[in-house]
Design a protein around this ligand. Structure first.
Ligand code: URP
Ligand code: ZN
Ligand code: ZN
Ligand code: ZN
Length: 479
C-alpha cells in the first residue's frame, strides 16, 4: 500500500514548502521533488492544495455514559466523522465512577474503543482518591502509555475532584512524569447558582450560562494553577472559554510557570445568545460546560491563540440528540452537557482563523496537531510531516467550500452547533496510516483500523520542570 501526494505545498508548524510526499506501509518515507517511487503507487494530485499533519483532537468523549444517558457518537461513528473532517487521532477520556478502580475503567474504555477508525489514546480522570488510585496511576503510566490525568473541578456529587484529590494526584503525576489537566469550574459555586436559578423559576437552558459565569471558571483556573505551582508540576487547562481563565494562564506564564491552555472551536465561534432562543431544542443543543460566552470573550480567546497563551484546539466532542437533551425540558440541570464538533474543528479553525488573518498556516498546524503531539509526547510520530512519521495526513483544499449541517454531517447526532455556516477550506483527502480514508467527499473509514497510541511519560516540558525543581530543592540550615 503506497501513496504519492504530488504537487502540493507542505505546511508544518515551522515551515511551508513545495514538495511531494510519499507514504508506504503506514509511514511517510520520502519528502522531496521527483521522488523515485514504484509505478504501482497511487497518486493524489495536490496541485493548489496544502499537505498538513492530520488533526489531533485532544478532547473527545465517544460513547460516554454521562448524566443518565450515553453520548450518541460511539468510537466508530465519531472517529469516522473525524476522518471526514481531516482529524486522524483523538485523545478521549477514561472516566471512572468514584470508587471504581482506574484499571477497570481503563479496560472498559479500551474495549469500547476497539472499533475506532482513527488512532486514539486516553487521558484518565482522577475522580476519587485512595491507595489503589495512587497505585493504578503508576500501572497506567508504566504499562499502558498514559501520560496525562484529568481532574474535573465541576460536577459536584458526581465526578468532581476536591482540592485534596487535586493535591494528591498532582503530586503523584510529578512522581510518574505525567501531565495533570483540569476542567476548571468551581463545582460548589455552580451547584449553588443552579439551585438559585431553579428557585427563581429560571429552569430553561438560559440558566446554563447564568449558573456558570466566567468568574466561576476563573476561580478554578487560578486555584488549579496555584496547586500546580505548589506541587511543582506543569498544568494543562482544557476548554478555556473566557477571559477570566485566560488571564489566569497569561499571568502564570508571565511568571515562568508552565501552564497550557486548550480552546474549543465552538467557544471561538459561537456566543451566548444561543441560550436565549425560544426554541428549546436549539438552546438545549448548545448546553455544555463551560457554556458559550459573550462575544468579547471570543475575541480574547483568539488573541490568546495568537499571543501564545493558548496552545491547542479541541472540540470536547460529546454529542447528545434532541431526545436525550429533552431529559432536561423542565430542569436545565438535567440537560446532558455536551456538543458535537470533531468533524468540523479544522474547517472552523481555517475559516475563522486562517481566512480572517488571525492564524498563519504554520500556526494553524501548530494549534490543530503539533502542539498537542508535543505536550502529550507523541511528536514527531504524530503532528508532523517528516520521514518516519505516521502517514496521518490531510490534503487541504483552500478553495473548497461546505455548508455545515446536521443533514449532511457524518456525526451520529441530529444537531450541529455550526448549522448553516459555509466554510471555505475543506479536506479533499485524509490519509490514516497511509490509507486514503476520505477522498473528495467519499468516506472509507474502516471499523477497528485505529490503533491505541502509547504515550511515554516525562515529556520535554515535564522533564524540564522536574529538573528545575531538583535544582531548587530547599535546604535545611545545618546548626
Ligand atoms: O459539557 C461538556 N463539556 N461535557 C463533557 C464533559 C466535560 O465537561 O468535558
Ligand atoms: Zn502505593
Ligand atoms: Zn469539561
Ligand atoms: Zn470534556
Amino acid at each position: 500500500m503506497s501513496v504519492l501526494i504530488k504537487g502540493g505545498t507542505v505546511v508544518t508548524a515551522d515551515h511551508t514548502f513545495k514538495s511531494d510526499v510519499y507514504c508506504e506501509d503506514g509511514k511517510i518515507v520520502a519528502i522531496g521533488e521527483n521522488l523515485d517511487v514504484p509505478a504501482s503507487a497511487e497518486v493524489v494530485n495536490a496541485d493548489g492544495q496544502y499537505v498538513m499533519p492530520g488533526g489531533i483532537d485532544p478532547h473527545t468523549h465517544m460513547q460516554f455514559p454521562f448524566m443518565g444517558t450515553v453520548a450518541s457518537d460511539d468510537f466508530y461513528t465519531g472517529t469516522a466523522a473525524a476522518l471526514a473532517g481531516g482529524t486522524t487521532s483523538i485523545i478521549d477520556f477514561v472516566i471512572p465512577q468514584p470508587g471504581q478502580r482506574l484499571m477497570d475503567a481503563y479496560h472498559q474504555w479500551q474495549k469500547w474503543a476497539e472499533k475506532a477508525a482513527t488512532d486514539f489514546t486516553f487521558h484518565v480522570a482522577i475522580t476519587w482518591w485512595d491507595e489503589s488510585v495512587h497505585d493504578d496511576m503508576e500501572t497506567l503510566v508504566r504499562e499502558h502509555g498514559v501520560n496525562s490525568f484529568k481532574h474535573f473541578m465541576a460536577y459536584k456529587n458526581a465526578i468532581m475532584a476536591d482540592d485534596e484529590t487535586l493535591v494528591n494526584s498532582f503530586r503523584r503525576c510529578v512522581e510518574l512524569g505525567a501531565m495533570p489537566t483540569v476542567h476548571a469550574e468551581n463545582g460548589e459555586l455552580v451547584y449553588q447558582l443552579q439551585q438559585e436559578m431553579l428557585k427563581k423559576g429560571i429552569t430553561g437552558p438560559e440558566a446554563q450560562p447564568l449558573s456558570r459565569p466566567p468568574f466561576v471558571e476563573g476561580e478554578a483556573a487560578n486555584r488549579a494553577i496555584q496547586v500546580a505551582q505548589a506541587m511543582h508540576t506543569p498544568l494543562y487547562i482544557v476548554h478555556v472559554s473566557c477571559k477570566d481563565s485566560l488571564d489566569a494562564i497569561a499571568r502564570a506564564r508571565a511568571e515562568g510557570q508552565r501552564v497550557y491552555g486548550e480552546v474549543l472551536a465552538g467557544h471561538l465561534a459561537i456566543d451566548d445568545s444561543v441560550y436565549r432562543s425560544e426554541d428549546f431544542d436549539f438552546a438545549a443543543g448548545h448546553v455544555m460546560s463551560p457554556p458559550f460566552r459573550p462575544k468579547e470573550h471570543q475575541d480574547a480567546l483568539w488573541r490568546g491563540l495568537q499571543g501564545g497563551n493558548l496552545h491547542t484546539t479541541a472540540t470536547d466532542h460529546c454529542c447528545f440528540c434532541k431526545d436525550q437533551k429533552a431529559a432536561g425540558r423542565d430542569d436545565f440541570t438535567k440537560i446532558p452537557n455536551g456538543t458535537a464538533g470533531v468533524e468540523d474543528r479544522l474547517a472552523i479553525l481555517w475559516d475563522e482563523g486562517v481566512n480572517k488573518g488571525r492564524l498563519t498556516l504554520n500556526e494553524f498546524v501548530a494549534v490543530t496537531s503539533t502542539n498537542t503531539a508535543k505536550l502529550f509526547n507523541i511528536y514527531p510520530q504524530k503532528g508532523s510531516i517528516t520521514e518516519g512519521a505516521d502517514a496521518d495526513i490531510v490534503v487541504w483544499d483552500p478553495q473548497g467550500t461546505r455548508t455545515i449541517s446536521a443533514d449532511s454531517h457524518h456525526m451520529n447526532v441530529d444537531f450541529n452547533i455550526f448549522e448553516g455556516r459555509t466554510v471555505t477550506g475543506i479536506p479533499s483527502h485524509t490519509l490514516s496510516h497511509g490509507k486514503i480514508v476520505w477522498r473528495n467527499g467519499q468516506l472509507n473509514a474502516e471499523r477497528g483500523a485505529g490503533r491505541y497510541i502509547k504515550r511515554p511519560p516525562f515529556s520535554p516540558v515535564v522533564e524540564a520542570v522536574a529538573r528545575q525543581t531538583e535544582l531548587n530543592e530547599p535546604q535545611a540550615v545545618k546548626r
